[in-house]
Design a protein around this ligand. Structure first.
Ligand code: NAD
Ligand code: IPM
Ligand code: MN
Length: 352
């Protein structure tokens, strides 16, 4: 079993260290870890955010554990050299089109949600975000119009097969949960969304046991804070899923708690090839201060154990240890607590 560990930028290395601490306690036999540079760190060392050696390591592994990328000193670089291109490039190169972003309320955190406790208590949802298409990967440019004005241009599109494959992932996820799927789009304005909706409805014929509904994204953003308990599985495009998942994180209490799995169709000997990362970024505002909450990273490791290594029992152990640490009052500054990154990692490790 081989895991590629890419710590990346900002708080990436700090939270990666805690996930590796937890992994160490599990003492999984036959596990091999590889490490490589990614993001701004890789750009500064090798001149590219996703060096060929890094990509090769990921391609030769069963799973990728990913910290975060993003470095303000790189924001003026040509787009293809910016740190964010590394994660976009990996998602594309490994055809990781299905991004699972669970948001569940932890016992004891109800008062720390941005929502009222009685509303927050009901949160148990899974955002299934398409990750290989949409406006993210269309042609883009800042171009000059014939009359000399500059125009920003990003082409949004979804092909029907791209929608179909993510819809299948979402319907299957719903079958394993409360059998309720809400597809979020902007079909009242966008043709891309109209096709999305049409295809999701076509696919639904194969899942008569799942109750399908549709919601416009503006309403979905509102409903997510009004009554998040109404959602079970939410399936949506790349851009809407990005935004709604950050929003969902504050409903649960902090962006430092939300993990993700990015999966494709490639099977390895042990499970599905995947990349696992917190939904948050490199948090340059707190990097290097030992303040970052590593729980999202540790919970991403749990998803890795489950989906890519087939180690369900170990995954559940890690998740239980995080839940126990939170119940015991182990909280970072993001949750109004005083525990630092390493102390939180230690607390989770000691509860395993
Ligand atoms: P961010 O998620 O990095 O940070 C947003 C806010 O949340 C900040 O105030 C930060 O301190 C806080 N925060 C984030 N993670 C935290 C944690 N684990 N513990 C405590 N607080 C935490 O988003 P941003 O500031 O918009 O972006 C910073 C950089 O990260 C940008 O370069 C962006 O492109 C990049 N980014 C990368 C990824 C990724 O690697 N997948 C995801 C999102 C953003
Ligand atoms: C995320 C991030 C990325 C995205 C950026 C860094 C490219 O925000 O993983 O949520 O937009 O997908
Ligand atoms: Mn995001």
């Amino acid at each position: 079993m081989k895991i590629a560990c890419l710590a990346g930028d900002g708080i990436g290395p700090e939270i990666m260290a805690e996930a590796l601490k937890v992994l160490d306690v599990l003492a999984i036999e036959g596990l091999e870890l590889g490490h490589a540079d990614v993001g701004g760190t890789a750009y500064h060392k090798h001149g590219h955010p996703l060096p060929p050696e890094t990509l090769a390591l990921c391609q030769a592994s069963d799973a990728v554990l990913f910290g975060a990328v993003g470095d303000p000193t790189c924001d003026a670089l040509e787009r293809h050299l910016r740190p964010e291109q590394a994660i976009l490039g990996l998602r594309q190169a490994l055809t990781l089109f299905a991004n699972l972003r669970p948001a569940t309320m932890f016992a004891g955190l109800e008062d720390l949600s941005a929502l009222r406790p009685e509303v927050a208590r009901q949160i148990d949802l899974l955002i299934v975000r398409e990750l290989n298409g949409d406006v993210y990967f269309g042609e883009k440019a800042i171009r000059t119009l014939p009359d000399g004005r500059r125009q920003g241009y990003d082409f949004m599109s979804y092909a029907e097969d791209e929608v179909r494959r993510i819809a299948h992932v979402a319907f299957r996820a719903a079958q394993g949960r409360k059998k309720t799927l809400c597809s979020v789009d902007k079909a009242n304005v966008l043709e891309t969304s109209q096709l999305w909706r049409d295809v999701v409805i076509e696919v639904s014929a194969e899942y008569p046991d799942v109750a399908l509904s549709h919601m416009y994204v503006d309403n979905a953003a509102m409903q997510l804070v009004r009554n998040p308990g109404q959602f079970d599985v939410v399936v949506t495009g790349n851009l809407f899923g990005d935004i709604l998942s950050d929003q969902a994180s504050m409903c649960v209490g902090s962006i430092g708690l939300l993990a993700s799995a990015s999966l494709g169709e490639k099977q390895t000997q042990y499970g599905t090839l995947g990349l696992y990362e917190p939904i948050h970024g490199s948090a340059p505002d707190i990097a290097g201060q030992g303040k970052a909450n590593p729980m999202a990273m540790i919970l991403s490791l749990a998803m890795l154990l489950r989906h890519s290594l087939g180690l369900e029992a170990q995954a559940a152990r890690v998740e239980a240890a995080v839940a126990q640490a939170l119940a015991d009052g182990i909280k970072g500054a993001d949750l109004g607590g005083s525990h630092g990154t390493a102390a939180i990692g230690d607390a989770v490790a000691s509860r395993l």
